[in-house]
Design a protein around this ligand. Structure first.
Ligand code: ADP
Ligand code: MG
Length: 518
């Protein structure tokens, strides 16, 4: 719907055009007409869907600039969001001459009082500072006609319920109340009942951000156990084609070396490699010369590779959007895929941030034990032996060894010979080359103060260190490389698995995948 079809005054419409908005977003299309009619509205839509303009445009439309009093009050959870809303309201109301002020803690209250005195039609503020200003009698709310609770879920999460109630009690009862929120927990519905008059509910269904064909798992694991946990899972899963994501270039290099050492056909790509080398690795990956591609987010961006069955997030991504991009590498073209994210205990907050964005809970996965990994590899080996014995071309090769074989058969029992074959084919967990990945500090999680995860994001950038703590060391050299062809021949045939779990089980414990038939 075009903004011209909404009953907005001309100068507001002009400002929308200047802002470059072409069409109203769904939440705007549905809530603006209701708000313009004077109704109380509860609007629920995902972050980034234009809720500010949804309440802002009808509110600005209503302001009469010849009355120099506060006519609208917006309560916002954080300073950042208050400033953001103020800026957006200012740009839509500028032509009309609407004065919009923002007030928040951590900044001179005197200056804010001065700004309010110089005139304000709309005030956007955080709960604490609004209350302070009310107490100092610097904020007169008697003429407020529109009250807006923005990002209401965030405000409740931050424990502002009482403050909000105190503020609402200062606003005339005969007002219009608009409430906007990304989610709608019961506490918010109760606010609707308590402080709003027959509110109209508008809810825009959240879009599924991640592919439905991807089974998403997380494994809670300590930083120093991550690598072993991952390779064991790989042994059990036998991924056909997979991508491992690491946080830094160094990580990518170390993971690649470690995986090779354990017999996987892996290669890494990151920004420090020259273009030719990167292209070569990607070509090899596409042509089945490599089974595992290890990459940084940047290096993997925009890669169009089909047939990726597994995405391993060795490091949980820096921001939720990266997660969506990463797992978008699998489950393509109607095929199913799997993603496994390794999370250290103090990174669990990031997991929730991701789930909040994707609107999908990841299922907890119990790490495979060394024994399970060994059993899985053994099973693969036994199947291969059976298959090879039926393969004419392999049998043809036997001829060359006939004489030696007869001699061996006289010296050893069939059982001894079989044991020898198996011990050569199946790598024993005991003799696995040790791989140590240099420690990087796990991402410390601080609940986001800035809403939309901003606080956490900033925090993370400062803590990307750990570089000085480089304890890497090579694995043992006496290890026999796993036979590439062997592994490839034994790629998992059966992709189906039976997960007996629901997302609610996540809270109660781990989900154990049925690994029996793989
Ligand atoms: P929300 O509050 O739902 O998280 P915002 O109001 O902050 O979303 O809007 C997100 C971004 O989208 C802002 O940069 C805003 O200017 C822009 N935006 C909002 N509505 C439209 C629209 N109809 N067309 C284009 N951009 C829009
Ligand atoms: Mg918003």
């Amino acid at each position: 719907m075009k903004f011209t079809e909404l009953n907005l005054s001309e100068n507001i419409q002009a400002a929308v055009v200047t802002a470059g908005f072409e069409k109203a977003s769904p939440i705007q299309e549905l809530t603006i007409p209701l708000a313009l009619e004077g109704k109380d509205v509860i609007g629920q839509a995902q972050t980034g869907t234009g809720k500010t303009a949804a309440f802002g445009l009808p509110t600005l439309n209503k302001i009469s600039t010849d009355r120099n009093v506060i006519q609208a009050l917006v309560i916002a959870p954080t300073r950042e969001l208050a400033v953001q809303s103020q800026e957006e309201l200012f740009r839509f109301g500028r032509d009309k001459g609407v004065k919009v002020r923002s007030v928040y803690g951590g900044s001179s209250i005197e200056k804010q009082i001065k700004a309010l005195k110089s005139g304000a039609h709309v005030v956007v503020g955080t709960p604490g500072r609004l209350l302070d200003l009310i107490k100092r009698k610097a904020l007169k709310l008697d003429n407020v006609e529109t009250l807006i609770l923005d990002e209401a879920d965030e405000m409740l999460n931050m424990g502002f319920l009482e403050d909000i109630e105190a503020i609402i009690s200062r606003v005339p009862e005969n007002r219009q109340t608009l409430l906007f929120s990304a989610t709608m927990p019961d506490a918010i519905k109760r606010i609707g009942v308590k402080f709003m008059r027959e509110p109209e509910h508008v809810r825009i269904e959240a879009k599924e951000l991640t592919n439905v064909n991807v089974d998403q798992y997380y494994v809670r694991v300590k930083e120093h156990e991550k690598f072993d946990t991952m390779t064991r899972l790989m042994d059990v899963d036998q991924p056909e084609l997979s991508i491992v994501f690491g946080r830094t270039k160094r990580r990518v290099d170390e993971l690649t070396r470690g995986l090779k050492l354990r017999g996987f056909r892996a290669e890494g790509i990151h920004g420090d490699l020259d273009q030719n080398k990167r292209l070569r690795v990607i070509r090899d990956f596409k042509n089945d010369q490599i089974d595992i591609l290890v990459a940084t987010d940047v290096a993997a961006r925009g890669l169009d590779i089909s047939g990726v069955t597994h995405v391993y997030n060795y490091d949980i991504p820096q921001d939720p959007e990266s997660y969506v991009h990463r797992i978008g590498r699998t489950g393509r073209a109607g095929k199913s895929g799997e993603s496994i994210t390794f999370v250290s205990p103090n990174e669990m907050g990031y997991l929730s941030m991701i789930e909040k964005l994707t609107k999908k809970a990841m299922k907890g996965l119990k790490p495979a034990t060394a024994e399970e990994a060994f059993q899985a590899k053994k099973k693969v080996a036994l199947k291969k032996i059976e298959r090879d014995f039926k393969d004419e071309s392999i049998r043809a090769n036997f001829e060359k060894f006939k004489g030696d074989a007869i001699q061996l058969a006289q010296e050893f029992t069939p059982e001894e010979l079989a044991l020898y074959v198996l011990s050569l084919t199946v790598q024993d967990p005991e003799s696995m080359p040790a791989v140590e990945i240099a420690r990087e500090k796990p991402l410390p999680f601080k609940p986001s103060g800035g809403g939309k995860g901003k606080g956490a994001r900033g925090n993370r950038d400062r803590n990307r260190g750990g570089r000085d703590n480089d304890r890497r060391r090579g694995g043992r050299r006496d290890f026999k490389r796993r036979d590439d062809k062997f592994k490839k021949d034994n790629r998992r045939q059966d992709n189906k698995k039976s997960h007996k779990n629901t997302s609610s089980e996540k809270k109660t414990g781990f989900v154990i995948r049925n690994k029996g038939e793989r």
